[in-house]
Design a protein around this ligand. Sequence first.
Ligand SMILES: NC(=O)c1ccc[n+]([C@@H]2O[C@H](COP(=O)([O-])OP(=O)(O)OC[C@H]3O[C@@H](n4cnc5c(N)ncnc54)[C@H](OP(=O)(O)O)[C@@H]3O)[C@@H](O)[C@H]2O)c1
Length: 408
Amino acid sequence: MQYSSQFCSIYIILFIKNVLVGFGDHLQNLRIVTMWIFSCIGKLFFVVVTLSALVIGFLNSDASTPLFQYLDQYETERGHRFLGICPAFHTGKTWGFTHEDLARLDLTGQTIFVTGANVGLGYWTAHHLANTGAHVILGCRSKRKCDAAVDSIRKATGKDSSVTGMVVDLGDFSSVRAFAEQFSQEYSELDSLVLNAGIMVPPFSLTVDGIESQIAVNHFGHFLLAELMMPLLLKAAKKRGVATVVSVSSSASFGSYPEGILPTLEEMNNKDRYQRKLAYGQSKLANVLFAQELAERYKDQNILVNSCHPGAVRTELGRHMMESVTNEHVKAVIQSSFEYVFGKIAWKPEDAALTQLYAAVSPELKKAKITGKYFHPIARQIQPDPHARNMSLQKSLWKLSEEATALK
Ligand SMILES: NC(=O)c1ccc[n+]([C@@H]2O[C@H](COP(=O)([O-])OP(=O)(O)OC[C@H]3O[C@@H](n4cnc5c(N)ncnc54)[C@H](OP(=O)(O)O)[C@@H]3O)[C@@H](O)[C@H]2O)c1
């Protein structure tokens, strides 16, 4: 009995020792694995930091100029879609319109309307125009935002009485009609109409008129607005010899659906067919096709209509881009990294607005009666996407737009 209890004690002690030694082995293994992971992370971090420093250093040095100049001229199978897209790509190229050109203008007595003017490119377009002495009307979908933008431009320019705001929601045809009615009561002519408002890559939704939101806001709303404002544009053209319409498009017009423009409202409104990026491209291609057709229809009456891509610009346009990322932390990291990089490479809106300002008020453009053309930054004329040279697509879009907006 005595021997058996001694044996049991020794056995238990050995068991505990083995367990502890095994556990120690495990701990040792765990320590080795943890150190290995940390050393890998350390090396990876070192590689990422070194590579980023090299890339940033290269991009900020003169050595990158040939690369940017190559990209500026790079011809994709659909054309020169990168031309002038960032300031770096533009290095060494003449600006087709400058702040000095703007400063020389005196547009006192002229009336100009800009859509989507409470922020971004529209705001800066209105801001610069206010300095020319023109009467500038800011179109916004919210009265509160409109008042704030008007206030800010008045303060910055000192042009209190010649800057005003009006509410119009381009995603609602009844709002566009009500706006046009009110505008015609307040103003007897319109020298320039800048169709600038836009939305980019939102999730699928239909407007109150039952049309997919990107094509509805970016194209159909502007189509209806331009048609309703035509009598006032014609009056200004008669009085001063010329009036202008600017359709603010995008290089995204080079990336639409394979058909360019989907042929029916049913297809545009088909949620299964909807792809955010292609639908944005479609709406921006529609901006180009619409400008060309309007130019053709009114060229004998001195209404000059052109479209443009303002470049990659630091604005609020990307607000829908992160909606598919659900994790808030991941979203915050991606967003701040994107904003940092975009902030470094993109145009400032006060500069990028010059391309649409050129199409709206340039004396050279008016004198040469340039119409139906497409421009990239800064005011450089280029060939649009091949779909934009398809005349039957241009005519069928016009017909579809008349039907959608119940103009015919
Ligand atoms: N930024 C770029 O890199 C870039 C590149 C190529 C082309 N573009 C084009 O440039 C134009 C201006 O864009 P942005 O960059 O200045 O963008 P932004 O800062 O987002 O401004 C867009 C403007 O459009 C207005 N808007 C949106 N939906 C509207 C509606 N239903 N009715 C009336 N107004 C509406 C917005 O009003 P809220 O403030 O109320 O939303 C805002 O005032 C757009 O047509 C865009 O496609 C921009």
